[in-house]
Design a protein around this ligand. Structure first.
Ligand code: PSU
Ligand code: MN
Length: 308
């Protein structure tokens, strides 16, 4: 069976030349940000990657095929479509088999990036262990994917809507390297520090690329989580964001939100309660992650032969 992969012309050319490529997810577009900022941000992130010497590959399922790189029209269509399925590892094959349209989470984007020979991926925040997971068992499939699939994911840590100590514990149990970039603390998305020390720290893209190569050489499956703190000027102080998080969590509980709907619901509530400030910060940190991912991809491309 041939894989249902479609490369955009830009990504196909980059692959042929062995150029640096950075994968991007699409759930952040369909479920993470409102229209039109979602499409504007997706474009800005792609441009930022091009400006930093790499080629962007936004990944989504369109008409039952895995698209590695979206054309401008496809991106517009996805950004405005209603009721797009949010696809993780569990849903990906079913969506492809039934010919639908779908947005890939961090987990599904990692799977698709790996199929396409792409080793690095930039996003905003990853899914993690939800607060109350001891009763709900709500632990994002993103964490297990990092343990299984050899892609380095650059994120601004995880949102404090999650239980961050438990998230770090699950990553450790599954053998996922968690690398803070340029500081000792694990960042918490809108805030540069979560108050928790990250297990590992690196200060250069070259070290991060070398660590992924070494992991693979040792025969260890899986990727790495690079936690890149939000730029100083875009940070929302923890004293300001904490009450908003608490209120959003309470509303989610009152509304009986569960499973896949939890993360999009919380993001939406926070956007409204901060009057868009959470989104402005989100955009700044994704751009920052795109820059670091581009540098890592350039380091990787310098050592990895082009795809035949
Ligand atoms: N966290 C964010 N923004 C996001 C997501 C998570 O700060 O957009 C999205 C990502 O696509 C992530 C997914 O992979 O939500 C995780 O969903 P869940 O918690 O249902 O696994
Ligand atoms: Mn979940």
């Amino acid at each position: 069976m041939t894989l249902p992969l479609t490369y955009s012309p830009e990504v196909a050319q980059a692959r042929a030349q062995g150029a640096a490529i950075v994968a991007l997810e699409s759930t952040i577009i369909t479920h993470g940000m409102p229209f039109p900022q979602n499409v504007e941000t997706a474009r800005a992130v792609e441009d930022e990657i091009r400006a930093h010497g790499a080629v962007p590959a936004t990944i989504a399922i369109v008409d039952g095929r895995i698209h590695i790189g979206l054309t401008a029209e496809e991106l517009d269509r996805l950004g405005q479509a209603q009721n797009v399925a949010k696809l993780s590892r569990a849903d990906l094959a079913a969506c492809l088999a039934t010919g639908g349209i779908g947005a890939t989470t961090v987990a599904a984007t990692m799977i698709c990036a790996h199929l396409a020979g792409i080793h690095v991926f930039a996003t905003g925040g990853i899914g993690g262990v939800h607060r109350g997971a001891e009763t709900t068992f709500d632990i994002s499939a993103d964490l297990l994917e990092l343990a299984a699939t050899p892609v380095t994911v650059v994120a601004a840590g995880a949102k404090a809507i999650l239980d961050l100590p438990k998230t770090l514990e699950v990553l450790e149990t599954h053998g996922v390297p968690v690398i803070a970039y340029g500081q000792d603390d694990f960042p918490a998305f809108w805030s540069r520090s979560s108050g928790l020390k990250a297990p590992l720290r690196m200060d250069s893209a070259a070290q991060i690329a070398a660590a992924q190569r070494m992991r693979t050489a040792l025969g260890l499956p899986g990727g790495q989580l690079v936690a890149n703190p939000i730029p100083h000027e875009a940070e929302i102080a923890s004293a300001e964001i904490t009450p908003v998080i608490e209120a959003a969590l309470q509303q989610a509980q009152a509304d009986g939100i569960s499973a896949k709907a939890v993360t999009p619901y919380l993001l939406d509530r926070m956007y409204e309660m901060t009057e868009g400030r959470s989104l402005t910060a989100n955009i700044a940190l994704v751009l920052n992650n795109a820059r670091l991912a581009s540098a890592i991809a350039r380091e990787m491309a310098a050592t990895v032969p082009p795809v035949a």
